[in-house]
Design a protein around this ligand. Structure first.
Ligand code: AMP
Ligand code: GLY
Length: 431
């Protein structure tokens, strides 16, 4: 029998709940910790009250619990150098530690849009035309804007909590916004701004596990629903639901993604001397069946992960362990043939201001669905209550999108909290 391994998963959202749910089913799992986790992750492992960006505290937990593998859920610690910090501390202690997540150089694929665009340019990966602007070349930025057709896409170079992308219909307004961004609208993140050509098409998310040595595996593709309102209206959110797989991600489309995007990305990282062991999230747009990269992220997507994890039929833990060890070898990922639909229930007012601490009641362990916690916590009285904008995701399997969505809506009908809201049209555009 292969020995078990002890795992520490960093993060607290619906994504981490879904990863925890999946990994906890592995026969290889030894002791399992989630830091900081939420009220639901404690069903799968032990929550540790640690901030993932507090590397000293993370490493102290690694030592105390004899952790073999750290899995990074979100990007912030990776961009801030989690890998380098943990590797240095482990080396000083003579401890073997595997980390699933790139070092800061690889994390720049998400941490700097300018780096990501230049990387795609160097490796001939299809993406929108762009121009990068700082205070020093605003006039050239204006000229580039004038060369484009509306709408105009302006992106803060750095991390801006998912809010740094503006899509603007009017040229004068785009020029004004460019200046506001450079002047600090998104703090330091927008001291550089990437202007992009607007691409028209349908978006999907493709997730790759890579070992930094050229080995990679592709997870089932998904589509997320970013706008708060039905029919894709209203403000952008972290994500209101997801479908896995979207029917337009055909074998033919995925073969193009592999050939034109995944292979050159994985090989490009190696050519640039970046030992990337982790997830690569390709935010893609299909323009008439041709894939283009909208963005890279260096982690799984949320709420895509909530629909992707249930569709992985094989054991994921050995895959992550092998990728983190730099040798995927003959590891595989088997997909469940069914469709999954995740519907996110959010706090009233989200993505604007919303209240926290609302008691959640009802059936959180329904027979036909999985309810993944996101922004939840356990109150002093032992109740489960809201603790964030995106509160929980109901996920279900079905033979079709309609079938899976109907089950997720049925699950949400049995859950209540004050101000609870969810979109009732997840997956409808794909029917
Ligand atoms: P992001 O916050 O980087 O995920 O971007 C937010 C959203 O802006 C994306 O999901 C797309 O819907 C949209 N977007 C970003 N870049 C482009 C582009 N070049 N063309 C069209 N839409 C875009
Ligand atoms: N669902 C998009 C993201 O995780 O960035």
């Amino acid at each position: 029998m292969t020995p078990t391994i002890n795992v520490l998963l960093l993060g607290s959202g619906g994504r981490e709940s879904a990863i925890a749910w999946k990994l906890s089913q592995s026969p290889r799992m030894g002791k399992f910790f989630i830091a900081p986790g939420n009220a639901g992750t404690s069903d799968f492992g032990t929550n540790l009250n640690i901030k993932p960006t507090d590397f000293d505290a993370v490493y102290a937990a690694v030592k105390e619990n004899d952790i073999d593998l750290v899995v990074a859920g979100n990007e912030d610690p990776l961009v801030a150098g989690l890998r380098e910090s943990l590797e240095a501390k482990a080396a000083a202690d003579g401890r073997k530690l595997l980390i699933m997540g790139p070092g800061a150089a690889g994390a720049a694929l998400e941490g700097s849009k300018d780096f990501a665009k230049a990387f795609m340019g160097r490796h001939e990966i299809p993406t929108a035309r762009y121009f990068t602007v700082t205070e020093a070349n605003v006039a050239e930025g204006d000229a580039f804007l004038e060369s484009l057709k509306a709408p105009y896409v302006l992106k803060a170079d750095g991390l801006a909590a998912g809010k740094g992308v503006l899509i603007i219909d009017n040229l004068d307004e785009a020029r004004r916004s460019l200046r506001e961004m450079l002047a600090g609208q998104f703090g330091k993140a927008s001291a550089k701004v990437v202007i992009e050509e607007f691409l028209t098409g349908i978006e999907c998310s493709v997730f790759v596990v890579t070992d930094g040595k050229g080995g990679y595996l592709v997870l089932p593709p998904a589509k997320d629903y970013k706008r708060v309102g039905e029919g894709d209206t209203g403000l952008n959110t972290g994500g209101m639901g997801s479908v896995c797989p979207p029917p337009f991600c055909t074998d033919e489309f995925m073969a193009k993604v592999d050939e034109r995007i995944i292979k050159p990305t994985v090989e490009g990282l190696i050519k640039e001397g970046i030992d990337y062991r982790g997830f690569i999230f390709l935010g893609l747009i299909s323009c008439g069946g041709e894939p283009y990269v909208i963005e890279y992220n260096v982690r799984m997507g949320d709420p895509e992960t909530e629909s992707v994890m249930p569709r992985i039929a094989s054991d994921l833990l050995p895959v992550l362990e092998a990728a983190a060890a730099g040798h995927l070898g003959d590891a595989t990922v088997e997909a469940d043939p069914r469709t999954t639909v995740a519907v996110m229930a959010v706090s009233g007012g989200y993505p604007g201001d919303y209240a926290k601490g609302k008691k959640i009641t009802g059936e959180l362990r329904p027979a036909d669905s999985i309810v993944f916690h996101a922004g939840t916590r356990t109150s002093a009285e032992g109740d489960i209550e809201t603790a964030g904008g995106r509160v929980l995701a109901a996920v279900s399997y079905g033979d079709s999108i309609e079938d899976a969505a109907a089950k997720s809506y049925k699950a949400l009908a049995d859950i209540k909290f004050d101000g609870m809201y969810f979109r009732r049209d997840i997956g409808k555009d794909l029917l």
